[in-house]
Design a protein around this ligand. Structure first.
Ligand code: CU
Length: 470
């Protein structure tokens, strides 16, 4: 009996001790905060800790689009605000510092907080002041934070939002790269593209008619040199947020499929094989996907006018070897002419601008057509560009066969060719020119230094074109 009691108490002790050590806050650390598209490194810690966050609100003039500036209100100096990464069970000691140059008081409502206002009331901070409050991260997930100072819509509409990730105790599955992407829309006095410093338009915000819908705070924030990068075979994770203030995003990656979507940024409901996922205003999602083929993949809000007319377009550049068994690229382009239909010739669609009455006129018209249609690739004077575009001046290939030249201009050309002993292997697109224009441009090309000086007539072009269609 006595043994049994001793055994039972030690058993209970053991349990309460181990439970406590799991949840006990050990030590403290300063949070590493990052600007989009970077994400702080995953947490390797196996225990909760006290995490100290210093976040500064600042009103800054920055680029919205080329030639267009905006006074953004920010968490940390840019839109979206700094990415915060903590672990489930951590105690976050939050210091909100409002820069002395601010014109407005600001605060923060973190959707990860269990407590009134998500911290808003406790963090209301006048310019040149700093507020402190703390909270325990009870629920894992990806959460939006934003300013909640009146007028709330205006503070959010000026860019005051960001993401905080509360990693589950056991972490998230490992991936090769993680990025931070956050959508938001802006309402400006001037219409899209109107240059200068644009003020906020309350009228358009009320009507929910933004001039700009962007990822990471500006048109082109994730394009060209600033595109997200990856290598073939890697697993990518995007932490996606939507600051709104009004629009819901139809988040989509052209040419990829999300292998996993953590719906609404939660940790329980994971959907698989998703094309487009909704990200509500003030909400988030986490998407995982493996990149299998190289290329530039376009990140969009599939409410598509926003993408091509208002700015919500980003890029993911994937480098690595092609895999033609997964994606072939264009294999062929042939004439498609169902029985009974008539051919609409280029002459119907694009009639010649002017008809030449002599070879001399052909040459003047031809030069103009050359400058508008060919020079970008074949260069002024037809010199070509080493490694890319074959020369047209003094070209043995051109002079060898007039009919072939007509076919190339009207039908395009791909595959390897040798010009003056040098190999080229590019793609020349078929030129949408009338027979008259093709005749003029080729007559001009044949007149370039070192060439045969042939005259090409519209009749020659029509005859070659009819062969092309068979
Ligand atoms: Cu604010």
């Amino acid at each position: 009996m006595q043994y049994a009691i001793i055994f039972f108490t030690s058993f209970a002790l053991f349990f309460s001790f181990s439970a406590r050590s799991e949840d006990k806050i050990e030590g403290q650390e300063e949070a590493v905060l990052t600007d989009a598209p970077e994400v702080p490194a995953p947490i390797s810690r196996k225990h909760p800790t006290k995490v100290i966050v210093h976040l500064e609100t600042k009103e800054v003039r920055k680029r919205m689009a080329d030639g267009v500036d905006y006074t953004f209100w920010t968490f940390g100096g840019s839109v979206p605000g700094k990415f915060i990464r903590v672990r489930e069970g951590d105690l976050v000691e939050f210091h909100l510092q409002n820069h002395p140059s601010s014109k407005m008081p600001h605060n923060i409502d973190l959707h990860a907080v269990t407590g009134p206002g998500g911290g808003a009331a406790s963090s209301f901070t006048a310019p040149g002041h700093s507020s402190t409050f703390s909270f325990k991260t009870l629920n894992p997930g990806l959460y939006v934070y934003h300013c909640a100072t009146a007028p709330v819509g205006m503070h959010i509409g000026n860019g005051m939002y960001g993401l905080i990730l509360v990693e589950p105790k056991d972490g998230l599955p490992k991936v090769d790269r993680e990025y931070y992407v956050m959508q938001g829309e802006f309402y400006t006095k001037g219409k899209n593209g109107e240059p200068g410093l644009q003020p906020f338009s309350m009228e358009k915000a009320l009507k929910e008619q933004p001039d700009y819908v962007v990822f990471n705070g500006a048109v082109g924030a994730m394009t060209g040199d600033k595109a997200l990068k990856a290598k073939v075979g890697e697993k990518i994770r995007l932490y996606v947020g939507n600051g709104g203030p009004n629009l819901v995003s139809s988040f989509h990656l052209i040419g990829e499929i999300f292998d996993k979507v953590y719906i609404d940024g939660g940790t329980k409901s994971i959907n698989e094989n998703v094309q487009t996922t909704l990200v509500p205003a003030g909400g988030s999602t986490i998407v995982d996907f493996k990149v299998d083929v190289p290329g530039t993949f376009i990140i969009v809000d599939h409410s598509i006018f926003r993408t091509f007319n208002k700015g919500s377009l980003g890029m993911l550049k994937v480098e690595g070897p092609e895999d033609k068994s997964l994606y072939s690229g264009k294999i062929s382009d042939e004439v498609y002419l169902p029985e009974g239909s008539t051919i609409q010739t280029v002459d119907d669609v694009a009639p010649p601008k002017s008809v030449a009455k002599s070879k001399a006129e052909r040459l003047t018209h031809g030069k103009r057509i050359y400058e508008n249609n060919c020079m970008a690739c074949h260069q002024a004077g037809g010199t070509g560009l080493a490694g890319a575009f074959p020369p047209l001046a003094k070209s043995d290939y051109l002079n060898a066969d007039k009919k072939r030249a007509i076919q190339i201009v009207t039908g395009g050309k791909s595959g390897e060719i040798t010009v003056n002993g040098v190999k080229f292997n590019g793609v020349m697109p078929a030129q949408q020119l009338s027979a008259e224009d093709v005749a003029n441009v080729l007559t001009y090309v044949y007149s370039l230094g070192g060439n045969a000086g042939f005259e090409v007539t519209p009749a020659d072009v029509k005859s070659e074109r009819s062969k092309l269609k068979k």
